[in-house]
Write a protein that binds this ligand. Structure first.
Ligand code: TYC
Length: 120
């Protein structure tokens, strides 16, 4: 994904007293105040083959959930087709996705996992 350039605020008209004696006008660029970083949710997708037990273990292992919470999340994914396992900064979310896909691949399961920005 590409990083957006800083937003430039349109300049107000320059007052006569801000002109240099030689007529030169210096315009300053002002950037917007820093916004808090976007958050990304990591979602797991349902499939017909990955064992429920494996999904529960993955949710506990990579998303720090206890057995009961991990089981609830897994069942939600099973029933709704997808479910949120956690919310993180962009880099951490991308790492979690890779960890899950890697673990699933190594175990021979087709489990899919994606991250997407949280709507604010
Ligand atoms: N639907 C799977 C089954 O019945 C279980 C499952 C749950 C798979 C969640 C993936 O993300 C998932 N074995």
């Amino acid at each position: 994904m590409s990083t957006k350039p800083p937003k430039i605020i349109p300049q107000r008209p320059v007052k006569p007293e801000e002109n240099d004696s030689d007529g030169t006008v210096v315009l300053e660029r002002r950037t917007l105040k820093t916004r808090p970083p976007k958050l990304y949710q990591v979602l797991m997708l349902n499939d017909d083959y990955t064992p429920m037990e494996f999904v529960v273990i993955v949710i506990q292992e990579y998303f720090g959930k206890d057995l009961e919470t991990a089981t609830q999340i897994m069942l939600k994914i099973h029933l709704d087709g997808r479910g949120v396992c956690g919310v993180y900064s962009r880099d951490v979310a991308a790492t979690k996705v890779n960890q899950v896909l890697d673990a699933a691949h190594k175990a021979g399961h087709p489990l899919q996992c994606v991250s997407e920005p949280v709507e604010s």
